[in-house]
Design a protein around this ligand. Structure first.
Ligand code: SF4
Length: 205
């Protein structure tokens, strides 16, 4: 897993808030990562670019080409913040874990703190599904930041878009500096989700 620095959104439940700034101490040069990957050839199968938001990196496509040239398969975690950049790297990617946060309207902005974030994420989701790249859509959930009715609306939309593989990840406080859960969240209606998607996974907190 390669964790990329930088994300322009500020989700209340961000699991890696230290990666939100564009630069931070302790960064490792890509040339060093490549040296590591050269040494691990034959031992590792894939490189997953995560973050932060990897598509915030102008050098992402070249980094993917470098890793592919060494024989690695490529994974990408993205929240779909930059639809055009995501579209550009999709031909280099074998699998995408797509973070779908809320119905693609004002609810998105409430979670990310950024106007227009829902429209960008929806555009990216469409581009990903149109590309045919293997993918999983996933939502981090606690009823304290996403009402059950909103989760229902989001998953209905994802089903209509053609999402086949979906995971619901119950919120874990972990390194999160924003949202603090008070007590247990309302349980999700798992039966509905099982009916909506060909493959459904519940990742419990
Ligand atoms: S999009 Fe991801 S990395 Fe960016 S703030 Fe939200 S949870 Fe954190």
């Amino acid at each position: 897993m390669v964790y990329c620095q930088g994300c322009p959104w500020g989700c209340c439940y961000c699991h890696n808030p230290q990666l939100q700034p564009g630069e931070a101490a302790g960064a490792i040069a890509w040339s060093e990562v490549l040296d590591f990957l050269r040494r691990r050839r034959g031992l590792l199968d894939a490189v997953v670019f995560s973050g932060g938001e990897p598509t915030a990196q102008p050098g992402l496509a070249q980094a993917m080409r470098d890793a592919r040239a060494l024989g690695y398969r490529i994974g990408l975690h993205s929240a779909g913040i930059y639809p055009r950049r995501l579209t550009e790297v999709l031909p280099l990617v074998d699998w995408v874990g797509f973070d779908a946060k809320a119905p693609f309207d004002a609810a998105y902005e409430r979670i990310t703190g950024v106007r227009g974030s829902g429209a960008a994420a929806l555009q990216s989701a469409r581009a990903l599904l149109a590309s045919g790249v293997d993918c999983e859509f996933r939502t981090t959930w606690h009823a304290g930041f996403l009402a059950p009715e909103e989760l229902d609306r989001l998953t209905r939309t994802l089903q209509e878009l053609g999402v086949r593989r979906y995971a619901l990840q119950e919120f874990r406080a972990g390194a999160c500096l924003g949202f603090r859960s008070e007590g247990a969240s309302v349980a999700a209606d798992v039966d509905v989700l099982l009916r909506r998607f060909g493959e459904f996974t519940l990742r419990s907190a």
